[in-house]
Structures are given as C-alpha cells and as structure tokens.
Design a protein around this ligand. Structure first.
Ligand code: UD1
Length: 417
C-alpha cells in the first residue's frame, strides 16, 4: 500500500496548469458508447477511475488506447451490454454507463452501485426517469436488468432534485431516443455543459444545458469527434487551498475561473488576494487567514460539496470560528477525525461543522477516508509542523493526477513511497 510523506511548513509558490476534470472525463467516456465513429479525447486525466471506465469500454467490445493525456475510443465493434460486477465496484460513477448502453444497445445489465464512502448513493431518480422513457427494469440479487422492447422514447422528466448523475444518464439515454426529452430541474454543473457540448459535436441535438430545462431531440446516430476535457474545478480549488494555507502564492493556468465563482470569494474572505485574468487565477496569501461566514454546500452554482473538505482544511488555521453546512451528502465529514489528529479543532453535529482556527497543526499518521477528504489531509499536512504520513492514498489517486508531482513543482516537500 502506497503512502504520501509530507514535510510541512514549506511555502507553495509557482504556476500550474490545471488537469482535466475527472467528473467530466467519466461521463464523456461513457458517451463514447453512443458514437459510431472514433472519438479522440484530449486533456483526459490519467486517473484510476478513468482507467476503470476504459476497462468497462473494453469489456463492452470497444477499443480504447491512451497516449499521454489523449485517449482514443472506437465503439464500432461494441457487442455487449453487460458490465460485470467487479468493474462496477471499481468506480461508483459507473452508473453513468447505464443511459449510454441502453441508448446504443436497447438493453443493459449491471449491478446496483450500492453505497460508498460518502454514504448511501441512491439511483431512484435515474431509474424512474428511464422508466418514463420506456425502459423495463428488473432488479434481482443486486443486479439491474434493463430492456426497452419498444425502443427508447422521449419523455418529460421532472427531477425532484437537480441530480448530476441522473441528468447525465437521461441526456445519454435521450440522444438516440425517438422524439424529444425534456429534463426539468436539471443539474446545471459545468460538467453537464461539457457533456452536452461533446454530444452536440458528435451530432446530438441538445439545448438548454447550463439552465434548469434541458431539451434533447433524438437523432438517428452519433458520429465521432475530437474534444478536449474541461479543467478540473475541484483540483483548482485544492491547489488554491494549498497556496492559501502555506501563506504562499500560485498561478493556475487553464483554470476556467468562472466555474469556481462560488469558491473564490471564500478565499477572499479569508484574506487572500485573488486575481482572475483570461483563463488564469492568481492567489496570494500575504495576511493571516481569517474565519469566514457560513458556507453551505449546494447544487451548482452554489458552493460545491466536492470543495467542502478542502476549504475546511484551510479554515483549520484561519483565525476565528467558521461554520460549514453540508447539504448534499450525509456522510461527508469523515476527514474531520483525521484533521483533529493533526491538532485541528472541529466539532460536527449532523450537517453542521464548526471549525475553530488553531495556531498550529502537527504532523501525524493519518488515513485518507475518501477522495476529497484525502486531499484535505494533504493541504493540512503542508502547513503542519513536522512530518505527516497519509495512507490509503488510492482514494486520492482517484481524482488527482500524480498529486505529489504537481505539489512538488510548486515547492512542497512531498514524497510517495
Ligand atoms: C455529486 C455532486 C457533484 C459531484 C459528485 C462527485 C451535487 C448536486 N452533485 O454528483 O457535483 O461532482 O457528487 O462527488 O453536488 N440522489 C437521490 N436519488 C438519486 C440520485 C441522487 O436521492 O437517484 C441524492 C443523493 O443521495 C445526494 C444528492 O441527490 O444526496 C446528489 O446526488 P447527485 O447529484 O446525483 O450525485 P452525483 O451525481 O454523485
């Protein structure tokens, strides 16, 4: 089992180009199932979850090859509509293959994704939407058997919550369906826009993405295209957090600042100077960090749940009391016990976390509990006295491409062993 060793108290300083977004790359890879021709995806992050998605594609009969950060997928020879349980378990978001496989093959069998580190991950909204589109779903022994005997048909679907995964699955299923599909109360995340832009480039007819009502007019077939995955807004927040907590400075290139409009003001409230120019963000932390007003995680354009643990780690050293309310997931404070081991003062009650800033954090042996919680430990370790060892880093590797290399390039003392 690999670990990260971090020697704290080194100032982050430098420039980084933000990697491609995991949460966009995965739905884009599943969307390739729908296309008849070859797809070339640039800026695709080399992550364990991305490799798992490629294994699912191969298992379906598609060819998939990596060259640096470019992946080429040819779905011309797709022959299967079944994803084995072992592959489903490798990656929680594999459920996004359901809509794409159904759209292409008219049937799909896969195992129920079940829970994960963040608590229960229900898919009731995904299934109810697909049923409205004419899909028959049989659930047995943890397996989902989906068929659409009369073909997929467009439907008017109203989501009770703007679920990112459900919106993606419906969009994917609707591209080749008969007629128009409308998604009301659709998710508005930038990754949804990336998926719609990609599908439209392949010949789909999607409009309204980025707003609350998305319309998908079914077409006969999709062709291949060349596309570049959007930058990862959560990795951008992580790097800004690393600079803020170490009183450092950082320039993020290719960072699409607008995507983190809800997060940048939080760094400013902490006392950081943030400048946005073109596609870049510059942050410096010359003053002592201050506590911030209550942060509530919300669907986009609200404060992202994925940035919650990262900002919490920075706030552990901010002067005063900060409050976070986690509204999206039930079990998303698992990093807290580990941060407390490092000297943080955090109390959690239900959805609410109260962070009392401390003068010093201390290096410790800690365990990554989930992807962003693991990144939060890295941030805390950068500002801690002494040496921190983080284990279970496979969870961090799910979302960060060579995190030690990225941080080393801006002055951190971080080693993988
Ligand atoms: C969520 C985040 C997304 C983030 C991703 C990875 C939100 C709104 N979504 O997307 O930004 O990138 O995790 O960490 O912040 N739910 C149901 N039934 C369903 C589907 C979802 O009850 O069928 C509930 C979930 O339990 C959860 C909420 O809806 O409480 C958000 O779910 P959803 O947006 O679907 O989650 P992801 O797609 O994983």
């Amino acid at each position: 089992m690999q670990r990260l060793k971090i020697y704290g108290k080194t100032r982050i300083s430098g420039e980084i180009s933000v990697q491609g977004a995991k949460n966009s790359a995965l739905p884009l890879l599943s969307a390739c199932v729908l296309s008849k021709g070859k797809v070339t995806l640039h800026n695709c992050p080399r992550l364990s979850d991305v490799f798992a998605a490629c294994r699912i594609l191969s298992c379906l009969g598609c060819s998939c090859s990596f060259d640096g950060n470019t992946v080429t997928i040819d779905s011309g020879s797709i022959s299967k509509s079944y994803v084995p349980d072992s592959l489903m378990r490798e990656m929680r978001s594999s459920i996004v293959f359901l809509g794409a496989i159904l759209g292409k093959m008219g049937e799909c069998s896969l195992s129920f994704p079940g829970g994960c580190e963040l608590g229960p991950r229900p898919i009731d909204m995904h299934l109810s939407a697909l049923r409205q589109m004419g899909v028959l779903i049989r659930e047995e022994y943890g397996l989902l058997h989906c068929t659409c005997p009369k073909g997929l048909k467009g439907a008017k679907i109203s989501l009770s919550f703007p679920s990112v995964g459900a919106t993606e699955n419906i969009m994917l299923a609707a591209c080749l369906a008969k007629g128009d599909t409308f998604i009301y109360n659709a998710a508005r995340e930038p990754e949804i826009i990336d998926l719609a832009s990609f599908l439209n480039l392949c010949g789909a007819r999607i409009s309204g993405h980025g707003g609350s009502v998305i319309r998908i007019t079914g077409v006969k077939e999709l062709h291949g295209c060349e596309y570049s995955v959007m930058p990862d807004r959560i990795v951008a927040c992580t790097l800004l957090g690393a600079a803020a907590i170490t009183e450092g400075e950082i320039t993020l290139k290719h960072s699409r600042p607008h995507d983190i409009d809800a997060v940048l003001p939080v760094f400013e409230q902490m006392g950081c100077n943030v400048y946005v120019y073109d596609d870049n963000i510059y942050l410096n932390a010359r003053q002592k960090l201050q506590a911030v007003r209550t942060i509530r995680t919300m669907p986009y354009p609200g404060f992202p749940t994925d940035a919650q643990a990262i900002i919490m780690a920075v706030l552990t050293k901010a002067h005063g009391t900060s409050v976070i309310v986690e509204n999206i997931f039930e079990n998303r404070y698992r990093q807290v016990d580990e941060l407390v081991r490092m000297g943080a003062n955090i109390k959690v009650e239900g959805k609410v976390a109260v962070i009392e800033g401390v003068k010093n954090l201390y290096g410790a042996n800690v365990v990554a509990t989930d992807l962003r919680g693991g990144a939060a430990l890295v941030i805390a370790a950068l500002a801690a006295d002494g040496e921190t060892v983080i284990s279970n880093i496979k969870l961090i590797d799910r979302g960060y491409e060579d995190i030690e290399k990225q941080l080393d390039s801006v002055g951190a003392k971080i080693y993988r062993y």
